[in-house]
Ligand binder design. Structure first.
Ligand code: SF4
Length: 320
């Protein structure tokens, strides 16, 4: 098949003095070649930890990948050595973080930083790498005359464009973007998303877009995974999910989007607190907040079910 990424039963914990944080619990996820998956959920749902798990960047200690397999292009990343992972990162899997300065070095010119990534993974001369860096800069809409500028000479949106240029420099098969536009102004956000969408298409890269923003998902993603308390509770094509959201948590997320047409006193939020990852609720982890919870939900954990072709939900309401 044309599966690029196949995550099986991934469990990641953080061991703290106060107990074990169940960041990711038995998560299963697949991503096809060329697909863009929106990974949606509240802070603490485990989205970023899953991404760090794929890249083997979960800080250990306190983090630990307890079990699972992460097949990428058919090979289990969890069986790779640190050195093998270093070769994969940047070359086959690239990341874009919320804060561009997480990835940029303030004392090296942007051109050099792009060129370094190319030199690291490709068999080219310094000159060739610089030439390619110029091309990449122009691809992300920055004039090549600015190749010798330092990061601080760019605005936030432009810095994120540089990060995108670095991410794409080696033509990776997967880009993991963690809230890449959250820190930017709304108009700049739209421009950066538009750019990512265009480049993704041009390079035919697969992408995981971590976000809490269903608007971002609507803009750029093909598939959506809704994550709650360390697990995926709904997974579907974007259109299927937007037209026909099923899981009570997903319905709550859609309800909590402010309606711009109507004047609202306050933003609706899903009632109840996000669960304490050190002490997850029994049964369905959403039951304390769920308007539809029944006794079964307190005790048993619902499994993922294919409700309509390609649309999966973990909720007893949809189990025949
Ligand atoms: Fe609500 Fe029960 Fe469905 Fe969980 S399984 S989302 S508690 S109805």
């Amino acid at each position: 098949t044309d599966k690029l990424l196949d995550i099986k039963n991934l469990t990641i914990h953080y061991k703290t003095d106060n107990g074990i944080v169940h960041a990711v619990e038995n998560l299963n996820l697949q991503l096809g070649k060329g697909e863009t998956l929106g990974f949606v959920g509240e802070t603490g749902a485990g989205k970023t930890t899953t991404a760090l798990g794929i890249m083997q960047l979960v800080p250990n200690p306190p983090g630990e990948i307890v079990s699972g397999e992460i097949f990428f292009e058919g090979e289990d990343l969890l069986k790779k050595s640190q050195e093998e992972m270093r070769n994969i990162l940047g070359d086959k899997i690239a990341m874009i973080f919320q804060d561009p300065m997480t990835s940029l070095n303030p004392v090296i010119t942007v051109g050099k930083q792009i060129a370094e990534m190319i030199e690291l993974h490709q068999n080219v001369t310094k000159n060739e790498a610089m030439k390619k860096a110029e091309i990449m800069l122009e691809k992300v809409g920055i004039r090549k005359e600015r190749i010798n500028d330092y990061p601080h000479q760019f605005s936030g949106g432009m810095k994120q464009r540089v990060v995108i240029a670095i991410a794409l420099a080696c033509n990776p098969s997967l880009i993991i973007a963690d809230e890449p536009t959250t820190a930017l102004d709304v108009t700049i956000q739209a421009q950066v998303l538009e750019l990512m969408k265009a480049l993704k298409k041009e390079y035919d890269t697969s992408m995981i877009m971590i976000t809490h923003d269903l608007g971002v998902v609507a803009e750029i993603c093909d598939k959506v995974a809704i994550m709650y308390a360390g697990n995926i509770v709904e997974y579907a094509d974007k259109n299927s999910l937007y037209l026909n959201p099923k899981h009570p948590y997903t319905l709550g997320l859609f309800d909590s989007i402010p309606d711009l047409e109507e004047e609202q006193e306050e933003l609706k939020v899903i009632k109840g607190l996000t669960p304490d990852p050190m002490n997850l609720p029994s049964g369905c982890t959403f039951h304390p907040r769920c308007p539809n919870a029944s006794e079964k939900c307190f005790v048993h954990k619902p499994k993922m079910h294919e409700v309509t072709p390609g649309h999966f939900v973990a909720c007893f309401l949809y189990e025949g």
